[in-house]
Design a protein around this ligand. Structure first.
Ligand SMILES: [Zn+2]
Length: 164
């Protein structure tokens, strides 16, 4: 698969959707039109799906099904450990599919938008110049990858196969 190029993201439209629209994870789980994602993993309590606006190839989001807003205190100890177990499985699958110099894990979100806990799992490919690694590589302000739907479908299938 050819490495997709970055394109600018309409940041004001994205912010509007994030702050005024429904919770993107709950909307996805409810089948809300416009909130479809490529599912790569699910169990009784968690889902993992491709980021619609990936900044790195094969970037996956892992979320609890329940609308929890606090990434640590929102979970019981057991629930937190199980969530991180899913994050680990997804990260290993991403590393097995994509050439990875470094796997990045982070959870952000805000009360005003993207409040539903989700972990970003992103693989930095080898060869990215140092100044374009870490936060630079993750910020949609620096553009998002232009991934055609058919390619996203192939990536999701490869990740599902790696998890099987
Ligand atoms: Zn939610």
């Amino acid at each position: 698969m050819k490495q997709p190029r970055r394109r600018p993201l309409d940041l004001s439209a994205y912010e509007e959707r994030t702050r005024r629209g429904p919770c993107f994870v709950c909307a996805f789980l409810d089948g809300h039109p416009g909130y479809e994602h490529e599912l790569i993993y699910e169990d009784a309590d968690h889902v993992a799906f491709l980021d619609r606006w990936p900044t790195l190839p094969g970037k996956v989001l892992v979320a609890p099904r329940e609308h929890v807003e606090h990434v640590v205190s929102g979970f019981s100890e057991d629930g937190y450990i199980r969530m991180m177990g899913v994050v680990r499985r997804i990260a290993l699958a991403v590393e097995s599919v994509f050439a990875t110099e470094r796997i990045y894990l982070l959870s952000l979100g805000a009360k005003e938008g993207n409040s539903h806990v989700h972990w970003h799992v992103a693989a930095l490919p080898p060869g990215v110049p140092y100044e374009q690694q870490q936060f630079h590589s993750l910020m949609s302000e620096n553009g998002v990858l232009d991934v055609p739907p058919a390619d996203a479908g192939r990536i999701a299938a490869e990740l599902r196969a790696a998890l099987a």
